[in-house]
Design a protein around this ligand. Structure first.
Ligand SMILES: Nc1ncnc2c1ncn2[C@@H]1O[C@H](COP(=O)(O)OP(=O)(O)OP(=O)(O)O)[C@@H](O)[C@H]1O
Ligand SMILES: O=P(O)(O)OC[C@H]1O[C@H](OP(=O)(O)OP(=O)(O)O)[C@H](O)[C@@H]1O
Ligand SMILES: [Mg+2]
Length: 315
């Protein structure tokens, strides 16, 4: 395969090659009918049924390539975009990143963490101490405001002059750095909190909240194809987030039932052969379906069925 030539007319779409975002992205691609076979060791793959090439990269490398227009479309975390843009702020040169769609995975918070039983309870107490992180720019800029306050206090004779926070970079396992004596505090991602608690740490503040996002380069080629992909991904997300609920109910109870299952626009109502009864079908948020079924049963609905949605297109 002549990679350079093969890529010429293809939309380049970057996908995290490892880590927490990798599998959900592969699931999205499968649901969007983007067909490919990834050869071993090769991180660029031609899609079989669309003029797209997938590029598998670390999540942290994706914002730079999208901002510079080397890649047209990508999925990464908002945290990674924020970190990169502090390093290389977007300029007025036609390059840059547009967020197309927030995705329902990769939700986490970038938090300042310290030993659970220690004396530190506020981030300003870390000024002048060592903080370990994989997010050097976000952490430096977060502590800069506390450093400025502390510098003002020192000028008034309230502090001892050690006002610069030392930011140490680590590529992973950041939580271990406190036990190793390499840092007094850390700034790292927290989702369930299990890793933080396992290391005897607690969060004392939040630097940023993040989720995975679909982004496009301001210089993206082939806007029609970008829209097609975004629309397919939106459909997969809707299908994952909703179920289809159908039930039978007496026509006179329809106004109450429609409040329980209003659907995305409105419920679909069909007459039944039995006089005075209707069949209702409505999309319901997956996470609310148990409560909705309880409520439907309580108001007199019968034959309540719930089905998964294979795919969807809706506004
Ligand atoms: N615990 C988590 N829960 C949810 N999302 C997370 C979590 N950890 C990281 N993320 C998201 O995933 C992105 C990539 O981080 P992750 O650590 O998974 O990748 P990586 O560092 O490339 O992989 P690895 O840690 O396996 O080497 C983060 O920037 C963040 O947006
Ligand atoms: O709150 P939790 O659900 O426990 O998740 C948080 C952990 O997830 C990420 O680590 P990852 O799995 O990427 O390992 P790493 O530290 O080696 O990067 C992050 O850096 C935290 O350590
Ligand atoms: Mg990681």
């Amino acid at each position: 395969m002549d990679l350079v030539k093969d890529l010429e007319d293809r939309l380049l779409f970057a996908i995290p090659k490892k880590g927490r975002l990798s599998q959900p992205c592969l699931d999205l691609l499968r649901g969007s009918d983007i067909k490919f076979n990834k050869p071993q060791r090769l991180d660029i793959t031609l899609v079989r049924n669309l003029p797209i090439a997938l590029v598998f990269l670390p999540a942290g490398d994706i914002p730079r390539l999208v901002q510079r227009g080397r890649i047209d479309l990508g999925i990464t975390g908002r945290d990674q975009i924020a970190e990169y843009q502090l390093r290389d702020p977007p300029r007025d040169d036609g390059k840059g990143i547009d967020e197309v769609l927030a995705l329902p995975f990769g939700g986490c918070k970038l938090q300042v963490q310290v030993p659970k039983d220690g004396d530190i309870t506020e981030p300003k107490q870390l000024v002048g101490k060592t903080v370990c992180t994989s997010f050097h720019h976000l952490t430096s800029s977060y502590f800069a405001k506390f450093e400025a306050d502390a510098t003002g206090a020192a000028a008034n004779g309230d502090a001892n002059g050690e006002l610069k926070t030392e930011i140490e970079w680590a590529g992973g396992s950041v939580e271990s750095s406190i036990a190793l004596g390499d840092a007094v505090g850390i700034v790292d991602l927290v989702e369930s909190g299990d890793t933080m608690r396992a290391h005897g740490l607690k969060a004392i503040s939040t630097v940023l909240e993040s989720t995975a996002v679909l982004i496009k380069s301001k210089r993206a080629r082939n806007p029609e194809l970008v829209n097609l992909i975004a629309s397919r991904i939106r459909g997969v997300i809707t299908a994952q987030a909703y179920v289809l609920c159908t039930y039978n109910i007496k026509r006179e109870l329809l106004p109450i039932a429609s409040k329980v299952t209003p659907g995305k626009r409105a419920p679909t109502i069909n007459s039944l052969e039995e006089e005075g009864w209707v069949a209702v079908s409505s999309m319901v948020e997956r996470k609310k379906i148990a409560e909705v079924m309880d409520e439907l049963e309580r108001i007199g609905a019968e034959d309540i069925l719930v089905r998964t949605i294979e795919n969807a297109r809706s506004s």
